[in-house]
Write a protein that binds this ligand. Structure first.
Ligand SMILES: Cc1cc2nc3c(=O)[nH]c(=O)nc-3n(C[C@H](O)[C@H](O)[C@H](O)COP(=O)(O)OP(=O)(O)OC[C@H]3O[C@@H](n4cnc5c(N)ncnc54)[C@H](O)[C@@H]3O)c2cc1C
Length: 405
């Protein structure tokens, strides 16, 4: 399935900035931008991530199964005589507005091959003649696009193949399985795109027997070295959190054997999930529904799971074998507690750190008081926003680099 844009499109192009696949056109800078009333999604390259729908101010982007047939046709027809573009088609991405960084080749180190690091690399290739050294402590590119995105969203994971092709560019020296420590000398600039993926804690007694989203996701997505830290015990689980990751957990926990069989999972993970006996998941929001951080598309998807219950305005006070005690005096009987209350970054060696926000302090990507050091992605702006948002974020960082070098 892909997305399509309806005639209500306002052409403000916010969707273009967040689309991880460059599959929405005409975009600002392209000849036909502004000539027609609407933008169009290329169904051949759309990965179904929903970023366009989440940001669209007029609700014009919708999955094709919720779109009018004529809108689906209009979107497909726009691309009928055009070759599909992808994120590595660097010539096609070269808009006239792009400036180049003078002064000949320079050496730039990009730390982290998640979405932010990959988009920063792409921007460097487009705008400069720099040689880019790209490192990640993991053996593969993708970061959370590979080890975070839920296994029932395989199309979203297709972005990884675009990232892989960027890493193969002749001006990129890709060094998998490399930690950044000790690498930062000999480069004209360093972009730290190390993410902010450390689970926040509830801080309640008994929490050590709960399972943090970071650990559960790492296990079901087969991140190297990850193990399931708790035994899954049905029939009811509680997930504390009010964002898309909490909903990911609920869908995975509530999937039956047929649904699990369609997911890209290791066999033992699939068997463990199928045998969990979890039939009900209470999604607990500590604040009210108006402050929930789910996107509309994710909430819509959850409606297909009758075992999922949303519950708001209750704060957990203690977790024990009896269940989750709340500040309302009630106890929710449950076999497992999962926490998905957000993530924060860790300090980066040699850089200042804002412990309260869990980010490296920066001005439009330039690290405060550290010339030549830049940040992009979650470590720059905090752990929020989908894959596509990192594109505009990385672009801002590279533009700041160009302006300050
Ligand atoms: C569970 C989960 C599910 C998600 N699902 C979706 C989804 O379905 N759709 C969507 O649009 N968005 C999703 N997101 C959000 C999306 O994944 C983030 O927006 C994006 O990954 C952030 O990119 P990043 O590059 O800043 O960080 P990351 O993706 O975390 O990448 C950081 C990279 O840096 C590397 N690294 C860290 N420290 C070092 C070091 N010292 N040396 C070398 N390498 C290092 C890490 O190994 C990692 O590969 C999800 C997020 C989570 C947590």
């Amino acid at each position: 399935m892909s997305y399509a844009i309806s005639g209500e499109c306002c052409s403000d192009a916010s969707c273009v900035a967040v689309c991880p696949m460059n599959c929405i056109h005409p975009s600002p800078g392209e000849p036909r931008f502004g000539a027609g009333a609407s933008l169009f999604i290329d169904p051949r390259t759309c990965i179904d991530c929903g970023a366009c729908a989440d940001i669209c101010p007029v609700d014009a982007a919708k999955p094709v199964d919720q779109s009018a047939p004529e809108d689906v046709e209009r979107n497909a027809a726009y691309y009928a005589d055009r070759e599909p573009l992808d994120g590595t088609d660097l010539d096609a991405w070269q808009a006239p507005a792009y400036q180049t960084w003078g002064g000949g080749p320079r050496r730039v180190l990009v730390v982290g091959a998640g979405p932010a690091g990959m988009y920063a690399t792409r921007e460097l290739l487009l705008r400069t003649t720099a040689e880019v050294t790209l490192v990640d402590r993991l053996a593969e590119v993708g970061g959370l696009a590979r080890f975070g995105v839920a296994p029932d969203h395989p199309r979203t994971r297709q972005i990884i193949s675009t990232f892989e092709r960027i890493a193969e560019h002749p001006r990129v020296r890709w060094r998998p399985g490399t930690d950044a420590a000790g690498l930062a000398s000999g480069y004209d600039a360093v972009i730290h795109a190390v993410g902010a993926y450390q689970s926040r804690r509830l801080g309640i007694p008994g929490e050590e027997a709960a399972c943090a989203a970071e650990d559960f996701v790492a296990w079901y997505n087969d991140r190297p070295g990850a193990v399931l830290p708790v035994e899954l015990t049905g029939p009811r689980a509680v997930v504390v959190g009010n964002g898309n990751v909490a909903l990911d957990l609920a869908r995975v926990l509530l999937s039956d054997e047929t649904r699990l069989a369609q997911m890209e999972l290791r066999d033992d993970v699939r068997r463990t999930l199928a045998a969990s006996g979890i039939r009900e998941v209470v999604l607990l929001g500590r604040r009210g529904p108006e402050e929930a951080a789910y996107t509309a598309s994710a909430l819509d998807e959850l409606s297909a799971f009758p075992g999922a219950q949303l519950r708001f305005n209750a704060r957990p006070t203690r977790w024990s074998e009896a269940g989750l005690e709340l500040d309302t005096g009630e106890t929710i009987a449950a076999g497992n507690l999962f926490t998905a209350i957000g993530f924060e970054g860790k300090p980066v060696a040699g850089l200042p750190f804002d412990a309260e926000r869990g980010v490296v302090p920066n001005v439009r990507g330039a690290v405060v008081d550290r010339p030549g050091q830049y940040v992009a992605g979650w470590i720059k702006r905090g752990a929020r926003g989908g894959i596509g948002i990192n594109k505009a974020c990385a672009q801002e960082t590279v533009l700041t680099m160009l302006a300050t070098s």
